[in-house]
Design a protein around this ligand. Structure first.
Ligand code: GLN
Length: 241
């Protein structure tokens, strides 16, 4: 078997260790003797339907987000990403990437940036910088990461959050929600990087990618996650109140 990971805007949207998620996905695939290929999809590049089995979209500053927001529209990548997620292709987006997959992101300065409308959310920059460790309760049990954003994200009616905040700010520091889950696509504010110390989420993404690609139930070979789970527990014990 083989997995093709689509790495969106890796040159522009990759802050606070987000590329560690690509390393975790790559290694966890290789440790199962599954071939993995990385395809970077940045400015002006095209995406064909079925070309990638899993997408990753990291965080970025407002300037990069302006460039990326218009490219998502002008290159047609936004439309294809939406179609791919609709048929079940998994996607993980963090912070700045997450914000551009909603309805819009309104930065402090300049015009509202159009999102691709994948997640039923919208984001507006605030004057509070939400920085620190973030622990949430989710369908993957506890997830732990690090957040650093001024944007406040609000879920529209009927939207599903990724989970509820135990420690930290999450989507907006007000409604205790964190992230958004739509089909097999996840948006969240957890940098860090997220996947190395949340192996359950990493494997969920890989399993979904293989199941959609090969059209059958897939059981991933269990890995020895002693170290990953030690890091996970350490982070949770250190961060929770
Ligand atoms: N520029 C956005 C914000 O500040 C996203 C930042 C990020 O990706 N960490 O909210």
């Amino acid at each position: 078997m083989k997995i093709v990971i689509g790495y969106l805007y890796s040159d522009l949207m990759n802050i606070y260790g987000d590329t560690g998620n690509i390393i975790a996905l790559t290694k966890r695939t290789q440790w199962r003797e599954v071939e993995v290929k990385l395809k970077v999809k940045s400015l002006k590049s095209k995406i064909k339907k079925g070309e990638c089995d899993l997408y990753f979209f990291g965080g970025g500053q407002d300037q990069a987000q302006q460039l990326v927001a218009s490219d998502l529209e002008s290159s047609g990548k936004g439309k294809v990403i939406k179609q791919e997620v609709e048929r079940g292709v998994p996607l993980l987006s963090i912070c700045g990437g997450y914000q551009l997959l909603g309805e819009y992101y309104k930065p402090h300065k300049g015009p509202k940036l159009p999102g691709i409308g994948l997640f039923p959310i919208y984001t507006e920059a605030s004057y509070d910088r939400m920085i620190g460790n973030l622990v949430i309760e989710s369908m993957f049990d506890k997830l732990v990461g690090f957040e650093n954003h001024s944007g406040k994200t609000f879920l529209k009616k009927g939207a599903d959050s990724l989970g509820m905040v135990i420690q930290g700010f999450g989507n907006n520091g007000k409604d205790k929600t964190e992230g958004c889950l739509y089909k097999n696509a996840i948006g969240c504010y957890m940098h860090g990087s997220l996947l190395p110390k949340n192996p359950k989420l990493a494997d969920w993404l890989l399993q979904k990618a293989l199941e959609i690609k090969y059209g059958k139930q897939i059981e991933l070979k269990p890995l020895d996650d002693t170290l990953e789970l030690q890091a996970h527990q350490k982070a949770i014990s250190r961060f929770s109140k």
